[in-house]
Design a protein around this ligand. Structure first.
Ligand SMILES: Cc1cc2nc3c(=O)[nH]c(=O)nc-3n(C[C@H](O)[C@H](O)[C@H](O)COP(=O)(O)OP(=O)(O)OC[C@H]3O[C@@H](n4cnc5c(N)ncnc54)[C@H](O)[C@@H]3O)c2cc1C
Length: 457
């Protein structure tokens, strides 16, 4: 039915490339307009962050697009957090209660390139690189694209998907014309990426299957493994003030800072000073947009409408989930675009607002809470409750990372669960001391059973 239909996607990043495959699978001819040159041919900066954490929601979408098997070889499992404490000790904290509950580190550019290859192999997707969207002419219903020869191409504003990332030109134009409302909240923290290379034998210099964290209260360093033996480190800290980026203005200050706070990394980062000076300071923030569409003409997918801070590792995962939800709605509403766009906007707005909030909260968990004994006690109690009452209780981190319970529901259940855990953790030192009779009554009184359709199979 949709064989001869055509759609346009703006942006060939992670969401745009995956979405193009899903549309091609529905028989659509897809044209994708990307501002950058083809990253498969040139040494193009893949954008923010070198590697990313992929979790269940992203995997489901990759499976739906039938590309997961070709991504799998690039994935490095991370079973938990490896904490590097201030006294030099280390401690491993598993992410999940079950062995298979792991997340995966993955090269952003490797993933993006593979998605583009898979899209082209469908025979229905054409990428136009070095084609930048310059804006939206809402009076004439046109999307304006500038090609590498600086010529302007006009696309009909019909079935267009804006996947042009956090700084979306399309979003900004539609906001300027009062079609969308929007709020961007920048964090007063920034980030910088550094590298721990593989050793002389190509081996990892730290435990491979973990996300390493050096939590230091107001700031933190994290490291994710790459598949070549190296780790990408990211330093997150305030932009200004004590222990802020603004203080690290000389080689001496940078060295002293690392010596004082991350001494075990000094030998591992041979190019610390050079990288620190050369690598940019990335901004962090949350984009809130409403609605997520312009009539039945254009829909915003991924970061273009809901960029979030990276502390739950869910920006890409939620963008991929957008693609999946869109695909499901196209199926459900037999491609009635008005209904699809409206439903998508209502449903996703609730969910992306919830993950935005949880991502902000998780910064405090990662940089601070993980250092404290009460965090561990509550985590142990939560795991014990999951083991004993699996139909009712799943720790919030696991609901986000290992299942596909809608984020808004995760957020609501998470708050109720946090209260239950707090109540049960009072005056105990170990999870086994919990009053499980009381636990059962609290849980069954306050929580519904989790709908099994939202659980990973
Ligand atoms: C430091 C950091 C770490 C992160 N870690 C994780 C993680 O571990 N897990 C996770 O799930 N998420 C993570 N994220 C979030 C993730 O990067 C984003 O959510 C994801 O890239 C969103 O995909 P997207 O396709 O919407 O946007 P992008 O991947 O940014 O793609 C947008 C594309 O649009 C193109 N474009 C932009 N403007 C135009 C224009 N005018 N015309 C044409 N094309 C245009 C860009 O060149 C780009 O190719 C992290 C983000 C940061 C900053």
């Amino acid at each position: 039915m949709s064989k001869h239909k055509k759609i346009n996607i703006i942006g060939a990043g992670l969401a745009g490339s995956l979405l193009s495959i899903l549309f091609a699978k529905r028989g659509y001819k897809v044209h994708v307009y990307e501002r950058a040159a083809d990253m498969r041919l040139d040494e193009v900066d893949a954008g923010r962050s070198i590697n990313l954490a992929l979790a269940h929601r992203g995997i489901r979408a990759l499976q739906k697009a039938e590309v997961f098997e070709r991504i799998k070889p690039m994935m490095v499992p991370m079973a938990g957090r490896q904490l590097h404490n201030e006294d030099g000790s280390q401690q491993f904290q598993a992410y999940g209660n079950k062995r298979h509950e792991v997340i995966y580190s993955l090269s952003r550019s490797g993933l993006n390139k593979e998605l583009m290859n898979a899209a082209e192999e469908t025979g229905l997707v054409t990428f136009y690189f070095s084609h930048a969207c310059m804006g939206v002419d809402t009076k004439r219903n046109k999307i304006l694209i500038s090609n590498s020869a600086n010529e302007t191409i006009e696309l009909d504003a019909e079935h267009v998907f804006a996947c042009d990332g956090a700084g979306s030109k399309i979003r900004r134009d539609l906001v300027a014309q009062d079609i969308l409302s929007n709020r961007d909240e920048l964090l007063d923290h920034a980030y910088k990426e550094l590298t721990i290379p593989a050793d002389d034998h190509g081996e990892y210099q730290m435990i491979r299957e973990a996300l390493h964290i050096w939590p230091r209260g107001q700031y933190m360093l994290i490291a994710l493994p790459n598949d070549d033996g190296s780790f990408t480190l990211t330093l997150f800290m305030p932009k200004h003030g004590e222990n802020g980026f603004n203080e690290l203005t000389s080689e001496e200050k940078i060295s002293n800072f690392f010596k004082a706070h991350f001494p075990d990394t000094l030998e591992l980062i041979p190019n610390l000073l050079q990288e620190f000076k050369e690598n940019p300071e990335g901004i962090l923030g949350t984009v809130y947009t409403n609605p997520l569409h312009w009539q039945d003409k254009l829909l915003l997918v991924g970061d273009s409408s809901h960029a979030i801070v990276p502390f739950h590792g869910q920006g890409m995962n939620s963008s991929f989930e957008d693609c999946l939800v869109l695909d499901e709605l196209l199926e459900k509403h037999t491609e009635n675009w008005t209904q699809v766009f409206q439903q998508f906007s209502i449903q996703r707005k609730r969910d992306v607002d919830a993950i935005a909030e949880m991502a902000l909260e998780n910064y405090i968990t990662m940089r601070d809470s993980v250092r404290h004994a009460d965090f561990h006690l509550r985590k142990d109690v939560a795991w014990e409750l999951e083991t004993r009452f699996p139909e009712y209780f799943i720790p919030r981190y696991s609901m986000v990372m290992f299942h596909h319970i809608p984020y808004a529901l995760v957020f609501r259940r998470g708050n109720i669960q946090a209260d239950i855990v707090a109540e049960l953790s009072e005056n105990i030192k170990e999870a086994y001391e919990c009053d499980f009779v009381k636990a059962e009554s609290l849980i069954k009184e306050r929580l519904e059973k989790v709908d099994s359709k939202h659980l990973a199979s």
